[in-house]
Design a protein around this ligand. Structure first.
Ligand SMILES: [Cu+2]
Length: 136
């Protein structure tokens, strides 16, 4: 089937206008963090202590955030606050707002231990936006 060129261009413009400009996680980060509705996927669960670069992408359809918390608690059992957020005891790094489709690169100097990567938009931690990271 042949479509008029004008119609095809119109469709292309419409798609481009609706989809936010997608960004890619740089290939050289130590941990790729995929923020989705409602889960957090890490490219690795273990990294070496020292300088660690995180490439965090919001792959969901709503605003998310990035938090890195150092804690010995199980990653899915952080206490929560009255406003439905995880308590931020042990907070190491934070990106308060990650727009849809955007990437933030976060660098942290990390000591060995147990960490949790999470989204702390109200309710999202409880909905499953959390992942364990071990630094050794
Ligand atoms: Cu979220």
């Amino acid at each position: 089937m042949r479509l008029p060129l004008g119609l095809l261009l119109g469709l292309a413009v419409t798609v481009a206008a609706c989809a936010p400009a997608a960004e890619n996680i740089p290939a050289d980060v130590d941990v790729a963090v995929h923020m989705q509705d409602y889960r957090v996927l890490l490219s690795t669960a273990t990294v070496k202590a020292g300088t660690v670069r995180f490439g965090v992408k919001n792959e969901g359809n709503m605003e998310h955030s990035f938090e890195l918390i150092k804690t010995d608690l199980p990653f899915d059992q952080l206490p929560t606050t009255g406003d439905a957020k995880a308590k931020e005891d042990g907070l190491v790094k934070q990106v308060k707002s990650l727009p849809v489709g955007k990437v933030s690169v976060v660098t942290a100097d990390l000591a060995a231990g147990k960490y949790v990567v999470l989204c702390n938009v109200a309710g999202h931690y409880q909905l499953g936006m959390r992942a364990a990271l071990t630094v050794q």
